[in-house]
Design a protein around this ligand. Structure first.
Ligand code: PLP
Length: 379
């Protein structure tokens, strides 16, 4: 299989697997216990915390281990709602991941107000609209998807933070797609909260972090045994945390855009009508959102799967119904355009051959599909 769907999840890196195995095999002690074996496990958790803090330029005390970004985001919203109930407003964007949109829906359900900020045709957030939305004094939180999972477009988060802080609002960044691809520096871009998921950068699924700046107060979502300094109860996923620490070390060396650029160059050379979304904006070095005019992406996914290539489409299929991407819609594209869009996303574990062979397979399948258009049976 040629796996070009890294924005969905990444394979576990060999060094990460090696680091976590002892904690599945032998080192099973509960890190909260008092004996020597437990202290050893606790030390491993602390080392991982230090590595994650290093990746973000944060303090270890600002890192809370969670089950992943979805939990981290809900925790952020819960904390802000609980501590600043008089501030009723959340500002977020029209291009958030489903986890962000669901957090916003809950905010509204709990009696709050939600303001969605739009983006331009390149997927960049409208800073003027953000500034005017911030004039409302009741804004508690601005929550922004830093790098878009569908298009790879990177938002000008420094400007977002500056504007939000100037108006007394806190900022949460969904930075899930950033590690190992773009720099995260919480002193240079001083967000208040930031969410990550390990499985997007070669750690296993089900472990992530919430960064909470030491400047802000915090109210936990999960209470119980008082783990994570009382900020996230529940016995730690030690093997996952150790893996996340190792993955954070590996992510210190960011990917460059070699694979993505080779893929896009080869694709455009063979299929000149292909359009890459967000080319006029800052983009992650690993993501290509490609519009192939006249080529049904759902059919492409089936054909590509038969050729052993795994990637995603610009539409999502839920319960049998195809929904156009809300991200492409917010960028001004219609449902038909979204239904002709593929997302290719690389990780550091892909090879240059996979990029060029991937482009060749995509073009061959697109040509075949287009030639079959209108015939009764396409695959
Ligand atoms: N945010 C973004 C941008 C994502 O891509 C994802 C995962 O697809 C999430 C949040 C949610 O992450 P998880 O499912 O690991 O909680």
């Amino acid at each position: 299989m040629i796996y070009l769907d890294a924005n969905a999840t990444t394979p576990i890196a060999p060094a990460v697997l090696e680091a976590m195995l002892p904690f599945l095999r032998d080192q099973h002690a509960n890190p909260s216990a008092s004996y020597a074996a437990a202290r050893q496990v606790r030390r491993a958790v602390d080392v991982a915390r230090g590595a994650v803090a290093g990746l973000l330029a944060a303090e270890p005390g600002e890192i809370i281990f969670t089950s992943g970004a979805t939990e981290s985001m809900h925790t952020t919203h819960h904390s802000v709602r609980a501590l600043w109930p008089e501030k009723r407003r959340l500002i977020t964007t029209a291009v958030e991941h489903a986890a962000g949109l669901e957090c916003a829906a809950r905010w509204k359900k709990s009696g709050g107000e939600v303001c969605l900020i739009g983006v331009d045709s390149q997927g960049r957030v409208d800073l003027a609209a953000l500034e005017s939305a911030l004039l409302d004094e009741e804004v508690a939180l601005v929550s922004v998807l830093w790098a878009n999972n569908e298009t790879g477009v990177i938002q000008p988060l420094h400007d977002v933070v500056e504007l939000a802080h100037a108006h007394g609002a806190l900022v949460h960044a969904d930075a899930v797609q950033m590690p190992g691809k773009a720099k995260i520096h919480v002193r240079e871009v001083p967000v208040d909260f930031l969410s990550l998921s390990g499985h997007k950068f070669h750690a296993p699924k089900g472990v992530g972090i919430l960064y909470v700046s030491q400047r802000v107060r915090f109210e936990p979502l999960l209470t119980g045994g008082g783990q994570e300094g009382g900020r996230r109860s529940g016995t730690e996923n030690v093997a996952g945390i150790v893996a996340l620490g190792k993955a954070a070390e590996l992510a210190q060396k960011p990917m460059d855009g070699t694979l993505r650029d080779a893929f896009e160059r080869d694709l455009r050379a063979r299929w000149s009508e292909a359009v890459i979304h967000g080319q006029g904006a800052m983009r992650l070095p690993n993501t290509s959102s490609v519009h192939l005019p006249g080529v049904d992406a759902a059919g492409m996914l089936i054909m590509l799967d038969q050729r052993g290539l795994a990637c995603s489409a610009g539409s999502a299929c839920h319960a049998g119904a195809v929904h156009p991407s809300h991200v492409l819609e917010a960028m001004g594209f219609d449902a038909e355009h979204a239904a002709e869009t593929l997302r290719i996303s690389f990780s550091r574990m892909n090879s240059p051959e996979e990029a060029t062979t991937g482009a060749q397979i995509v073009v061959e399948c697109a040509e075949r599909l287009r030639s079959l258009r209108g015939s009764a049976c396409v695959v």
